[in-house]
Design a protein around this ligand. Sequence first.
Ligand code: GSH
Length: 208
Amino acid sequence: MSQLTLYTAAGNAAERVLWALNYKEISYQMIEIESLPVGAYARINPYGYVPTLKIGEELIAESLAIIEFLEETCPEPTLFPGTALERARIREICEFINSTVHPVQNRSVLNFLRPELDSAAMKSLRAEWLHRCLQKLAPRLWQHGNFAVGTAFSLADILVAVIYKRALSQGVQAQEFQEFEAWMQYLFQQEVYRRSAPFSWPVKGQAI
Ligand SMILES: N[C@@H](CCC(=O)N[C@@H](CS)C(=O)NCC(=O)O)C(=O)O
């Protein structure tokens, strides 16, 4: 494969891709977009979001599109294990998080919809949305095993762990999400987590 460059910044969507790259043991270089000249990133990713993956001279935006590309070009170890039904469930969970839960976390979306909110009010709105969404998500998780879907690590574990971490950082109370806490503990003990996750658990300074 050509040289891979991940354009990144602190944030959830970039963590998804970092985790997938580490899990597949694909080598890459990373560029923090803050280190680029003003305006340069807009030419790399016209949507204005991170991450973007550069493959040779080609650019792919959108974390899930990037991860699907990595899965196709480097299928083992897979992020979509199991039966067709289990793979559909993995995609269902990822889709819910990516298209319903996550967008409200974006400053650009909140600034557009609720320009009157200050940072504290934005944080509390984000937490409220995350709280509601995690409650809806819980019954779809851990149905046939200890991983998010079934008995093997998948992309669903990555997306759920990253958004759950985000929820705690925005003020969601861990005590109200004991199933998520127990699952994160389980995940953290797995070799796959220790060798590929871009953050340790519990996150330093985060109340549990
Ligand atoms: N659907 C996009 C979302 C990416 C995204 O939301 N990135 C955030 C950081 S986690 C961002 O760039 N936010 C900047 C903003 O809100 O303007 C993806 O999956 O890549």
